[in-house]
Design a protein around this ligand. Structure first.
Ligand code: SAH
Length: 254
């Protein structure tokens, strides 16, 4: 038997993968990150499954639950919000399972940054605007390495998505404004894909105050960049004058 790290998606229970849902349906033990995973997703669990909310557990306790379940021959699903590869603290779990000789597998999920783009109906990578997306957070209890501070990153003026920082939004937007400028479009997406989802639009200069007025203090992402508004070049991919492996350019008639 194995431990499966499964991306639960951003909230909407239909935004889990087909494979993730199947594994939940077959699980004997499910350990879920209770602060962020939508409990609605647990409806896919079979009636006898044992459920543990990891919010109140230490790494050692999580590992002990996994080890005992695998020894009993049960399938374990470790449910992480969004995609497990981002701010999921899964590396330390995988390395410990490796040491214990317990097999594991990772099933990716729809990250909240993708859900937020869907909510605001914008594309992060617009030709002539930005071809880069920066996923980052501000230093808090977890330090951020040198060279990755918000003023450093803001110099690229790339599309940017800030995780986990809604309490420090005023400081974060002030730091970002150093490179982007105060007038750069910004949006806060609260609980993307949940029924209570909210979006606030503004600029780096005013988004922190707008978000405070709306009472948003957690489970939100800050999106920053000119991709949120304005003009861009159309893509070469669907341009009639441009050939690629799957399509010949159409000759212009003139
Ligand atoms: N692995 C997750 C991120 C975990 S860190 C993922 O791929 O999305 C938790 C942070 O993600 C939250 O503080 C918040 O900034 C963001 N987040 C998670 N779900 C969200 C959602 N539905 N809407 C907006 N932000 C979300």
């Amino acid at each position: 038997m194995k431990v499966y790290f499964v991306g639960a998606g951003p909230g909407d229970p239909e935004l889990i993968t087909v494979k993730g849902r199947r594994l939940l349906e077959e699980a004997g033990v499910i350990i879920y990150a209770g602060s962020l995973v939508n409990p609605e997703i647990l409806k896919y669990a079979p009636p006898g499954a044992k459920l543990y909310n990891s919010a109140s557990l230490t790494l050692e306790e999580v590992l002990a639950i996994m080890q005992e379940a695998v020894a009993r021959g049960e399938k374990v699903v470790r449910l992480h919000t969004g995609d497990p590869s981002l701010y999921g603290a899964i590396q330390e779990q995988m390395d410990a399972l490796e040491r214990l000789g317990i097999p594991y597998e990772i099933v990716p999920g729809v990250s909240s940054f993708a859900a937020a783009a869907a909510t605001v109906r914008r594309e992060f990578t617009l030709p002539g605007i930005s071809q880069t997306l920066i996923l980052t957070r501000r230093a808090g209890r977890t330090p951020v390495p040198e060279g990755e501070s918000l003023p450093d990153l803001s110099r690229h003026r790339a599309s940017l998505c800030l995780f986990l920082s809604s309490q420090d939004l005023a400081a974060a937007t002030a730091e970002l404004a150093r490179g982007y400028g105060e007038n750069t479009p910004a949006a806060i997406v609260y609980k993307a894909s949940w029924p209570e989802e909210k979006v606030i639009h503004g600029t780096l200069g005013d988004i922190a105050a707008r978000s405070r007025e709306a009472g948003i203090d957690r489970t939100a992402l800050l999106l920053v960049g000119d991709f949120l508004a304005g003009s861009y070049q159309r893509s070469c991919l669907y341009d009639p004058a441009f050939s690629h492996g799957y399509r010949e350019a159409k000759a212009s008639h003139g």
